[in-house]
Design a protein around this ligand. Structure first.
Ligand SMILES: Nc1ncnc2c1ncn2[C@@H]1O[C@H](COP(=O)(O)OP(=O)(O)O)[C@@H](O)[C@H]1O
Ligand SMILES: [Mg+2]
Length: 317
């Protein structure tokens, strides 16, 4: 969970979208979307592949033009003040095309030359991204995780106020992914607003202060991960095994807060509105009726469950 300085809703709006729509032929990729991003937060758009995340983020970056609606980023209209906006934002595209033979420090110099005012911060960026010993390496020689870190360094050469990260960790191994999360937190403590997209619910849940869930071009929910999970009354699960395999599952239906009982291959699952109540009553019942519970565990609802509740579909690919 994020612990850093997200202060709530008394900050200033840094990105504002109103009734944003974009189609490709008959396909409505982004459909009447409105939301705001506050200064200093880590905001995430999460949704399955094809949901419209890249289209949406690239309209805000000024790279794609909306059919209708209004965008303000840093007070600027990306469709009319794109050049001005570009100077003040950092962009990690979903697919980075960096010349394979270029050395890391050359790439930094090249990208810095794209900006009118780029601070001379190459050393510092190499340090922040733990790339010091890669300065003279050629891009093509780097691992996926390192390539992604270089791409972020390049997005930071102009010391941007907002950092846009499209599918930051797609294709990275779990360790590299966690490193990226740490890095994003570091960026935020340095005062940057982060706007990211991901199709990993877990990533959105761990990293983001607020999450917009997008599906078929619409934002279907937007809140802190905690509120999303609480308000959509997704259920917790209490799972356990009992020695007597033939025990009737019906006896568990009356355990406090339980809404549904499921018998699965490796045990019994109680779906519950209140994991603590269910746990206490289950233990008491076992004690009274003299059966032994083993492997007892509770699972809190996650954003995956929220997506399922909202759409009736699993989020997983
Ligand atoms: N340039 C394009 N031309 C035509 N269709 C596109 C284009 N870009 C995206 N799409 C379509 O728009 C929908 C949303 O795509 P995209 O914004 O890339 O979603 P996401 O980033 O969530 O995967 C998809 O159905 C995709 O195939
Ligand atoms: Mg995308």
């Amino acid at each position: 969970m994020t612990t850093a300085p997200y202060k709530g809703f008394n900050m200033s709006v840094i990105v504002k979208c109103e009734h944003l729509t974009k189609s490709y032929g008959d396909l409505i990729a982004v459909n009447d979307v409105s939301f705001r991003v506050e200064e200093g937060e880590i905001f995430g758009l999460v949704g399955p592949n094809g949901a419209g995340k890249t289209t949406l983020i690239e309209m805000i970056e000024g790279l794609r033009t909306p059919d209708s609606g209004l965008i303000k980023a840093l007070g600027l209209d990306p469709t009319k003040q794109g050049d001005e906006l570009k100077e003040r934002i950092g962009v990690l595209l979903q697919t980075t095309s960096i010349q394979p033979d270029i050395k890391v420090k050359e790439a930094l110099r090249l990208f810095a030359s794209f900006y009118q005012r780029a601070p001379d911060n190459a050393e510092e960026l190499l340090h922040t991204l733990s790339l010091e010993d890669k300065a003279d390496s050629r891009f093509k020689k780097l691992s996926g995780g390192l390539k992604q870190r270089v791409a972020i360094a390049l997005a930071l050469v102009n010391d941007p106020e907002i950092l846009f990260l499209d599918e930051l960790t797609t294709g990275l191994d779990p360790q590299a992914r966690r490193n990226m999360w740490d890095l994003v937190e570091t960026m935020r403590t340095q005062g940057k607003t982060i706007f990211l997209t991901t199709h990993y619910m877990e990533e959105a849940e761990k990293l983001c202060d607020r999450v917009g869930i997008i599906d078929y071009g619409k934002i279907i929910a937007l809140d802190t991960p905690r509120n999303l999970v609480n308000n959509l009354s997704a259920e917790s699960k209490v799972t356990f095994n009992i020695e007597d395999k033939d025990v009737a599952t019906s006896k568990f239906e009356l355990v406090g807060a339980v809404s549904r009982v499921e018998k699965v291959e490796d045990g019994i699952i109680l779906y519950t509105r209140d994991g603590n109540v269910t746990l206490q009553e289950l233990v008491r019942l076992a004690d009274k009726q003299k059966f032994r519970l083993s492997n007892l565990r509770t699972e809190s609802p996650s954003l995956d469950d929220v997506f399922l509740t909202l759409t009736g579909r699993e989020m997983r690919e």
